[in-house]
Design a protein around this ligand. Structure first.
Ligand code: TXA
Ligand code: MG
Length: 479
């Protein structure tokens, strides 16, 4: 048994700046979440300066715990230097690093914490989103502090706890079972892609029609050759550039891929996800993994393990909780045939980026027109509350039974139930918050949700696509 205190360090900013997509009632909830940690951990409220004379810990201090000023003031230097200072502080506090955590919304602090031997967790506050590009790929991210606290309680050994679930998950896949797992886009519900009976269970559990084909996930681009008869040069270039990542390629299939996976089509959709745990699952299972998004058919896609559990509780053999999905919207599905590059479903990779590699890219026919990809069904991704899509949602504010889904911070105050996808109007941030915000508004028992369209470029193409499929109508009756 290792000696020393088990500790959770919490950067003060993760209490005080909840993301507006999460609704804004976070501080109380965040303080309450710490109650659960107090029984097993010493809590250190880490001030990094900046947020007022007490380093920003004044409010959170009410939650209990000690002020930790070992990082205060935050030096401008490299993470290595920070790690050393943190290491010294950890020794003098008598903390044992194994099984201890550091929760922050600043990549430098997470990196320093990991360097000092702690498990670093990252919160997607507005600052967290702004700096997300600097964060190492395998760090766990969470929408808010309560989500991170729940994860700590479920995973006392951090990544080692997750690895244990991944091993059980891989064994379940080999036995023909179902495993819910994180990817960088949304959570997937996976089965052995080469086992038709296992794949049939996915359709059953999701209540998904059999004519809607699944994406086959691989851990390495080399695995694609066993699934398809041909990899055109453009597909190869796209794989080299964007894999692992939110891009799915539709290619001519081999006999080995069961018809149930492809819904009888002569093509198969393949993708290599960026999430470390997804790839470890596939590699340990030693088989490609067919997986749709882990939601009931037609409903909002899950971007956390809790979302999966809310809809599919008890219907899978294992669930790997890898925190929140960083991209937050499904992969871009691309067909490559006869020298054309056609987007079948816009998603987490922007058309502009694809065009850089292929020269041309054809965007999908607008909704309602049918088309090649069944995921393009007109009604999909829908909350239970009726949703209406408009260009400017602000006029519908101030009504207690109407929720607003806004793209960015409005110029003046708007009261009522409001979710802001990205305060400063960043489309990546908006995509990452979309499903979480839709679910939150959906839980409030509102009469309707009024969502506004986002700028139609970059990831905005995919966001507008999902909103238009989630909506129940175009006109809002005056009442
Ligand atoms: O990001 C994602 O793509 C997530 C994660 C889990 O990887 N998966 C996902 O799967 O969104 P799903 O089943 O919800 O959507 C798969 C999409 C559907 O639009 C489906 O019609 C299309 O891919 N698709 C699959 N195979 C196809 C094929 N052979 N031809 C055309 N479209 C295909
Ligand atoms: Mg789906």
């Amino acid at each position: 048994m290792a000696k020393g205190k088990k500790a959770v360090f919490l950067l003060s900013g993760v209490f005080s700046s909840p993301h507006p997509a999460s609704g804004g009632e976070l501080p109380t909830e965040a303080v309450a979440a710490l109650g659960g940690l107090r029984a097993s951990y010493d809590l250190f409220l880490a001030a990094a300066g900046g947020d007022g004379p007490d380093g920003g810990v004044g409010g959170p201090l009410a939650a209990g715990g000690d002020v930790f000023s070992g990082l205060c003031p935050l030096p401008a230097g490299a993470a290595g230097d920070l790690s050393r200072r943190l290491g010294e502080a950890i020794r003098s506090l008598g903390v044992r690093t194994e099984g201890s955590f550091f929760v922050a919304d600043d990549p430098r602090l997470v990196e320093a914490a990991e360097g000092a031997g702690l498990c670093g967790l990252y919160i997607l506050t507005p600052r967290g989103f702004r700096l997300l590009g600097d964060l190492a790929p395998d760090v766990f991210v969470f929408h808010d502090l309560p989500d991170a606290v729940r994860w700590i309680l479920d995973h006392p050994e951090g990544p080692r706890s997750v690895s244990a679930v991944v091993r059980r998950g891989a064994a379940a896949i080999r036995r023909g079972g179902l495993v819910a797992f994180p990817t960088e886009t949304v959570y997937g519900l996976g089965a052995d892609a080469l086992n038709p009976t296992a794949v049939a269970r996915i359709f059953e559990v999701k209540r998904r029609p059999l004519h809607d084909p699944l994406i086959v996930h691989v851990a390495d681009p080399a695995e694609v050759a066993a699934l398809v008869t041909e990899i055109p040069p453009a597909a190869r270039r796209l794989m080299d550039r964007f894999w692992p990542g939110p891009l799915t390629l539709v290619l001519p299939k081999r006999e080995t891929v069961p018809d149930i996976v492809t819904a009888g089509h002569g093509t198969v959709a393949v993708r290599m996800p960026a999430n470390r745990w997804a790839r470890e699952l596939i590699a340990l299972a030693e088989t490609p993994v067919a997986a749709p998004s882990a939601n009931a058919f037609g409903r909002t896609s899950p971007t956390t393990a809790r979302h999966v559990d809310e809809q599919l509780h008890g219907l899978y053999d294992e669930i790997i909780d890898g925190g929140a999905c960083r991209v937050g919207i499904e992969s871009t599905v691309l067909a490559l045939a006869g020298g054309r590059t056609v987007v079948l479903r816009p998603g987490g990779l922007a058309p502009e980026e694809i065009r850089e590699v292929t020269g041309e890219v054809e965007l999908p026919v607008p909704r309602g027109a049918g088309g090649a990809s069944p995921g393009m069904l007109a009604s999909h991704y829908a909350p239970r509350t009726p949703l209406f899509l408009v260009d400017d949602a602000r006029p519908y504010g101030d009504r207690p039974d109407v929720g607003l889904l806004l793209f960015r911070d409005p110029p003046g105050p708007v009261r009522g139930q409001v979710a802001v996808l990205s305060p400063k109007g960043d489309l990546r941030e908006a995509a990452a918050n979309l499903y979480q915000a839709l679910r939150r508004l959906d839980r409030l028992g509102l009469r309707l949700i009024v969502a506004e369209r986002v700028p139609p470029h970059g990831l905005g193409v995919a966001i507008n696509d999902r909103l238009s499929r989630a909506k129940s109508g175009d006109t809002i009756l005056n009442s």
